[in-house]
Design a protein around this ligand. Sequence first.
Ligand code: COA
Length: 183
Amino acid sequence: MDTADHPVQNLSVVVRQQTFNDAAEIDRLMGLGFSSSHSGRNIWRLREGEVLDELCLVAEAEAGHLLGSIRYWPITIADKPSILLGPLAVDPAVRGRGIGVQLVRQSLERALSGPWHWCFISGEPNYYLKFGFSPVTYEDVSLPAHIEEERLHMLALSSATPEDMPPKPWPVLSMHSFPKEAK
Ligand SMILES: CC(C)(COP(=O)(O)OP(=O)(O)OC[C@H]1O[C@@H](n2cnc3c(N)ncnc32)[C@H](O)[C@@H]1OP(=O)(O)O)[C@@H](O)C(=O)NCCC(=O)NCCS
């Protein structure tokens, strides 16, 4: 398993890839971070099928006790294999100490060496700018269901070829909306 120790403002936290055994702890963090209606939000229309295991990280304080979780799903953006960042949640008891930043930075580092062209997110308007994301509008993308425009952001990953992209708006779709060979 790929692990890395990162002191996060007076906490000793190991950031590592999530495993099957983390499911209950991740559910607990989601319950602390989001309202019960969260999984009914329109962004979940893009989260179909399995997560991308290699990008899903957890911040672990001690064996079996998680302080944060970030997950990714595969999507397509104008037919290009891409990723959807989130949900991201950090235990309220340890927020503001850098765990969220570590989870985003380390997972994006992994994503940069992958085959994905773009990273898309529906997130807090100001949180993701420091990672290089740019706000996008409905002139840039189309979505399967409406999401507040101020939450929409994109980041070009290493495989992105902006010069080969079709005219906007680019459709953002769950990877599972496409036949297998489109992956
Ligand atoms: C958002 C969240 C993941 C941040 O995690 P965290 O570990 O507290 O964040 P970090 O300590 O790494 O980063 C703190 C920085 O993020 C900023 N920040 C924290 N929450 C923010 C928010 N909701 N919107 C914008 N900025 C935010 C802080 O102001 C701070 O900025 P600074 O570094 O310039 O001072 C956490 O608050 C959380 O789980 N919230 C509930 C679930 C949620 O909203 N998830 C994100 C959905 S997009």
